[in-house]
Design a protein around this ligand. Structure first.
Ligand SMILES: *Cc1c(COP(=O)(O)O)cnc(C)c1O
Length: 427
């Protein structure tokens, strides 16, 4: 069956034909047959260089051989125990050894669960109720944080079905705005936590302004507010110890997901021991899960982190730099006034003439034109997320040759999106 045929059936049985909103796009999304390395293959016989990479987990590319080998073995030993394993302890130790703020870890099943649990921990620890998040950051699909969130709701700023009583405790602040944060904190004395994506990866890619994260750390520390870094994207991506190592800022708690599970569902909360110890069964803050610390996920995580050494990050970030430089050259050559952005292995092009430092800036983008660009990228056999407000990634499997192909496709697609005729005297 073709993708088109499958999507028609899917829409009858599943809301929107998909299991997560961003996956649906007009006229229909391709259905996947398999992924290998930096490539993804659809059921219609097409092959794409993948820069969506499952929205973040696949720094090692698809079907990493070491993970496949390890998990094939683990499958024969059972897939869920409801009792502890040595592998969990090993992975917890590995996370603690890498991540500056991590002294203890709780594994769960998704980034959503991780931020929900981290917020509950911060509230339980401080005895306070309010939290501050930043406009455009995304912390998963639960009630506390679906306020002016980024991508998951395909950019819905909010959702039906969330009681006002829940969101009245969630205050929202523009990213990169020290004055707004200062005012919000001084106007409210009941703030348990500030939760932040150190690099906003769910409205494209917004890097913090120089000094902003330092400021957030200082003001939260001085007011006894728990600082939560949501490193579900940046964790084990920007550096061995994530964004907190990269920017040299130590939060109180951190949440992980995506990369940590080696391609399997995962989440984790880590942080200061005095806070983590309040988690049940040691303390009175409840957190639990049938599949927490699942042996498949945990072993995949272990085999993943084993492969992510300094050398790995040098190479991964070099590839990111390579594609960003290529894009900047293309944008310059075509004389386009749009924004080529990114950091480490993350990149995006904002279809706006305005520099993007926060959510409001991002809303100036021409999303319709972006979709033309996206479709043209597919025609050029490159898969990027079908949204202006997602981030593109490179994996360790993308070679310079792959990235050159991506760059060529970007040039072709920008020409189409901006109606620039193909160069005649192409050298
Ligand atoms: C993806 C993401 C989440 C949610 O993780 P899920 O595993 O999809 O629940 C939370 N925070 C950030 C920053 C994310 O990018």
């Amino acid at each position: 069956m073709s993708s088109r045929e499958m999507f028609i059936i899917a829409k009858d049985y599943m809301p929107g034909g998909v299991d997560s909103p961003v996956r649906a796009y007009e006229p229909y999304p391709f259905f996947v047959e398999k992924g290998y390395g930096c490539k993804i293959y659809d059921v219609d016989g097409n092959e794409y260089i993948d820069h969506c990479l499952a929205y973040g987990p696949l720094v090692l590319g698809h079907a990493n051989e070491k993970i496949t080998h390890k998990i094939s073995h683990q499958l024969k030993l059972g897939t869920a125990y409801g009792a502890p394993t040595e592998a969990e302890v090993k992975l917890a130790k590995e996370v603690v050894s890498r991540v500056p703020c991590a002294e203890m870890v709780r594994f769960c099943n998704s980034g959503t669960e991780a931020t929900m649990s981290a917020i509950r921990l911060a509230r339980g620890f401080t005895g306070k109720n309010k939290i501050i998040k930043f406009e455009g950051t995304y912390h998963g699909a639960h009630d506390y944080v679906l306020v002016k969130s980024g991508s998951a709701g395909a950019c819905l700023p909010d959702s039906l079905g969330i009681p006002e009583e829940t969101t009245k405790n969630t205050l929202s602040c523009p990213f990169n705005d020290e004055d707004a944060l200062t005012k919000l904190i001084s106007d409210n004395d009941d703030i348990a936590a500030v939760i932040i994506e150190p690099v906003m990866g769910n409205i494209g890619c917004v890097v913090p302004d120089e000094g902003f994260l330092e400021f957030v750390r200082e003001i939260t520390e001085s007011k006894d507010i728990i600082l939560i870094f949501d490193e579900v994207i940046t964790g084990f991506r920007l550096a061995r110890g994530g964004a907190q190592e990269y920017f040299d800022i130590k939060p109180d708690l951190v949440t992980f997901g995506k990369i940590l599970g080696g391609g399997f569902p995962v989440g984790a909360v880590a942080g200061r021991k005095d806070i983590m110890k309040l988690m049940a069964p040691e303390g009175k803050i409840y957190q639990a899960g049938t599949f927490n610390g699942n042996p498949i996920t945990i072993n995949a995580g272990l085999v993943t982190l084993e492969q992510l050494d300094h050398q790995f990050y040098n190479q991964l970030n070099k590839s990111g730099q390579y594609i960003r430089d290529s894009i900047r050259d293309i944008v310059d050559d075509l004389d386009l006034n749009i924004q080529a952005v990114g950091i480490g292995s993350m990149f995006q092009i904002y279809f706006t003439d305005k520099e993007v430092h926060n959510y409001a800036d991002s809303q100036t983008c021409d999303t319709k034109r972006f979709l033309t660009y996206f479709r043209e990228m597919l025609n050029n056999e490159i898969f990027i997320p079908p949204s202006q407000y997602e981030c593109n990634f490179v994996s360790i499997k993308h070679t310079e040759d792959d990235l050159d192909k991506t760059a060529d496709a970007i040039e072709n697609s920008l020409r189409v999106a901006f109606d620039i005729s193909p160069e005649e005297d192409d050298d």
